[in-house]
Design a protein around this ligand. Structure first.
Ligand SMILES: [Zn+2]
Length: 139
């Protein structure tokens, strides 16, 4: 399968904007269905992912070597599903934006890592959806 390069990210974009672009790209004007499935999004954008046993990493992103290669993401299987979903969204950010190999250390303060963390939070909890969930509706 050929690598699906896409052009959602433009230089200077905020993590929130990039997440919004991804949701627009996938859902258009419709409300995304919650919970967002970041594993499906990874597949949709041409990533092959697998669960791996890391000690000090949440995940890794491996850039495709050429046009015929695919991007590979490894996710730490020792984490709970919530963390794995977050990591999946985080690695998707590297795929869309960074296009370079990234090992993602737990709690890194790196700028690239911080961007990916914010992107993941916004992607999984889009303001567009959650602004409609007013307190009190569910008791
Ligand atoms: Zn990372």
């Amino acid at each position: 399968m050929a690598d699906k390069q896409n052009h959602l990210y433009c230089s200077g974009m905020t993590p929130e904007k990039l997440a919004e672009k991804v949701l627009e790209d996938k859902y258009g004007e419709k409300m995304p269905s919650i919970p967002i499935n970041p594993f499906k999004l990874m597949r949709d954008y041409g990533i092959v992912y697998q669960f791996m046993g890391f000690k000090d990493l949440e995940g890794v992103y491996l850039v495709p070597e050429d046009a015929m290669d695919v991007a590979v993401v490894g996710i730490n299987y020792k984490r709970n599903i919530t963390r794995q979903r977050y990591t999946a969204a985080h690695e998707l950010c590297h795929h869309l934006k960074d296009r370079q190999n990234e090992a993602c250390p737990i709690g890194s303060k790196d700028e690239i890592e911080k961007f990916a963390e914010k992107f993941a939070a916004e992607l999984l909890m889009p303001k567009k959806v959650f602004l409609f969930c007013r307190p009190g509706i569910y008791g």
